[in-house]
Design a protein around this ligand. Structure first.
Ligand SMILES: NC(=O)c1ccc[n+]([C@@H]2O[C@H](COP(=O)([O-])OP(=O)(O)OC[C@H]3O[C@@H](n4cnc5c(N)ncnc54)[C@H](OP(=O)(O)O)[C@@H]3O)[C@@H](O)[C@H]2O)c1
Length: 289
């Protein structure tokens, strides 16, 4: 277990609530298959689910249907699960908004989270994530107001932890400079050609923030074809995808997968058992960036 994850788990929380898992199942882009695939993922052993109240890319209510079915079937209880959802600004949404766009950010956050809790059939989420800042250039007053609103929701018990997504290092540095509360999670697309988001990962590691990596496979097709990765796969009887996930875990990431394939679900989870030597991890880390 990484230092970052240990630190996150050490934050006060009732003993009955789930720890931060070591893999997240992502539910984007599944539309009417969201419920059956989420149920399949829970059956395969995933205990962390990532979604968003952004109907354009996610069907959050479908996740809720899968959870209800899994509870009914005795597959898992709410307390054994780590549920993560997101607040998405209007430009990232289509017409199916979970809030009144004319309202203040504070009200939008409260309305969006209330709707998420209804979709997911719960009275709290384990992690509530700002889907992305308003601007790529910096942490704006709008972000600060939204973040404050998210903190209020967390303090009211409707979320255990907070996170930010799609951020660059300067966003996080600005949060720190303005003395904003720092997130427990950062969720970013992880490109090998940028040192696997090295700048942001280092920032997170130094502050015990858990880095969640998505698109580990789709953003890095050149890594999946790489000779070292192919060779390691043969040596460890693993697929290149499994080597990438094992690498991500070895460097302290919390990886996401959104696979729609039941064999891949099992393979992705099995990657947790693969052990890579430290020099191998270093070689993969510097493969492309
Ligand atoms: N915060 C954000 O803005 C943001 C943005 C994008 C995504 N996300 C989150 O991250 C989740 C994951 O998204 P993603 O971008 O990483 O892509 P993804 O939707 O998970 O796609 C993964 C791809 O890898 C393949 N795959 C997975 N496991 C494999 C394996 N063991 N062997 C071979 N192929 C495998 C899948 O194909 P098969 O289906 O055939 O296995 C799929 O084509 C999303 O569902 C969402 O929850 C967040």
């Amino acid at each position: 277990m990484t230092a970052a994850r240990t630190a996150c788990q050490n934050r006060p929380m009732p003993a009955s609530r789930s720890p931060v898992p070591d893999f997240l199942y992502g539910t984007a882009w599944k539309e009417e298959r969201t419920a059956p695939l989420t149920e399949l993922a829970l059956g395969a052993g995933f205990r962390g689910i990532d979604t968003a109240n952004q109907r354009k890319h996610y069907f959050e209510a479908g996740v809720g249907h899968a959870l209800a079915a899994a509870y009914r079937a005795g597959v898992v209880t709410r307390e054994q699960l780590f549920l993560q959802t997101k607040f998405t600004y209007q430009p990232g949404q289509d017409h199916r908004l979970p809030y009144d766009p004319a309202a203040s950010y504070s009200i939008q956050v409260a309305q969006s989270l209330a709707s998420s809790l209804e979709h997911l059939g719960t009275d709290y989420v384990d992690s509530y994530v700002l889907h992305g800042p308003v601007s790529g250039y910096g942490w704006t007053p709008a972000d600060a107001a939204t973040w404050e609103a998210m903190i209020r929701e967390r303090n009211a018990g409707r979320a255990r932890f907070l996170g930010v997504s799609n951020v660059r290092r300067h966003h996080l540095e600005q949060m720190e400079v303005t003395r904003a509360e720092m997130p427990s999670f950062v969720q970013n697309r992880c490109y090998a050609r940028f040192g696997w988001d090295r700048d942001v990962r280092l920032f997170c590691r130094e502050r015990n923030i858990v880095y969640q990596g998505f698109s580990l496979l789709t953003a890095n097709p050149e890594v999946l074809r790489d000779r070292l990765v192919t060779f390691l796969g043969m040596e460890l009887h693993a697929t290149p995808a499994q080597i990438v996930f094992a690498f991500s875990l070895a460097v302290g990431m919390l990886p996401l997968t959104g696979t729609s394939d039941s064999d891949h679900m099992k393979q992705d989870l099995a990657a947790r058992q693969l052990k890579l030597a430290p020099d191998t991890v270093q070689m993969i880390e510097s493969l492309a960036g």
